[in-house]
Design a protein around this ligand. Sequence first.
Ligand code: ADP
Ligand code: ZN
Length: 526
Amino acid sequence: ARLFETDGVANPLDVLKRVYGYSAFRGQQQAVVDHVVAGGDAVVLFPTGAGKSLCFQIPALCRKGVGIVVSPLIALMRDQVEALKQLGVRAAALNSSLTREEAIAVRRALSRDELDLLYVTPERAVTDGFAEMVADTDIALFAIDEAHCVSQWGHDFRPEYRDLDRLASRFPGVPRIALTATADPHTRDDIVERLALMGARVFTSSFDRPNIAYEIVERDQPRQQLLRFLSRFKDASGIVYCLSRAKVEDTAEWLNSQGIRALPYHAGMDRALRDAHQDAFLKEENLCLVATVAFGMGIDKPDVRYVAHLDLPGSVEAYYQETGRAGRDGLPSDVWMAYGMADVIQRRRMIDEGSAPEEVKRIERAKLNTLLAICETAGCRRQAILAHFGEAHPGGCGNCDTCLKPVETWDGTEAAIKALAAVYRTGERFGAGHVIDVLMGTVNEKTERFGHVDMPVFGAGKDLPARTWQSVFRQLLAAGLITVDHTAFGALRLEPEARSVFRRERQMLFRKDRPSSGKAARGQKS
Ligand code: ADP
Ligand code: ZN
């Protein structure tokens, strides 16, 4: 905006060079910038690290008036405002963390047209007070960052985003640009519809992150497996995601005891300590940050070399976002996840026991199932991930575990029938451990007490090792043929679809789980 005022018409490429010191636009940045500078609405769906911020910052600097940026997190605003100030851009944020004096100073700057960019929360942007405040101010544009928050399909739904469609009616003629790194077709449609951006031009770029190597392993000794994964990296920083705060603490402590410098990060920690750990992670080159998903949004550390998941995320979007924090500098980076049957049970349980309305739970289950299919695929992981974002990839990427070391499959139809029969014959009252004992013909107190030793299924699965049966049950669970009843001590129950297996109408192709030698994708490449 200042550049508009001083130079009359500012040229975006000049701004890029003079303000940011970059020599050229990347990818479709220029197309977005030109479109918005000319007053058009835009929906920008670029992956993390693509450079979305410049897509609204530069138009704000080139157009008359202040650019209003709607951003969901105060911490995120603070970082962006700081970075902009360092570049000499007149940026400020209005949010609840300001003192009264600070807030007054921001309002004064706004009324004197002394701001190029103003960051606000969505709940503030839609108030009457805000509309009054900017009534006499020229507005260059509205940027709606993390726009996927408007959608229940997004992994980060925020009801406040729903009211942002008011900006369209209140400020007609002011261009609006919505940005996100989440681009599955459902979320995309929701953004366009809910934010009243039907007339906007949609900019998408490939979501492929070719420098990221994907690997998903069957969990058996997670700590040892994690240690082997981490041993690939020397003088590199990365993130280890865990589901619970307690596991974050335990894992960090254990890694330190194994000689790996690790710090915990989760929302239950003291604020100052948490910030200190985040700062250390941003600055240091050889640090493992063990975190819950509370960590990450808006973090711009280009040289994160690895991201490990000790627990399954809830959706492909979440997995993509979290793994996407690796390798923003474009250099080879590894992402790794240990996954097992317990994850399927736990995630399904979290959905079942959650407070969301049934329609949302249905969405969550569908999203989880898509991620499970990616975990269990014998095909290219990258192809499966991108397919979820509506993007065709030929497969055979050469940079995921299944491509580097093709997964063998086996026809498990007979095994599946035996497994399902064992669940059925024992009355759908027992967990996988006991059912496997029955299949293996293990004589113990429980199999005797329930009379299972006398059943025809007892010992019917002796031809396969117990480990294979675990793998079979995990894959039956992931495929939705059985469920776990949390209200009955984890008893396995048959789903209606299991019938097609009994009738031999459905062939079951199972992954052959690898022995956990820990041979890593990267190790095999070199
Ligand atoms: P996103 O919001 O899409 O995740 P950012 O806007 O944070 O990405 O940009 C990621 C990084 O790339 C930042 O460090 C940014 O300064 C840098 N960057 C963006 N555009 C360019 C460009 N045209 N040339 C060089 N670096 C760029
Ligand atoms: Zn692949």
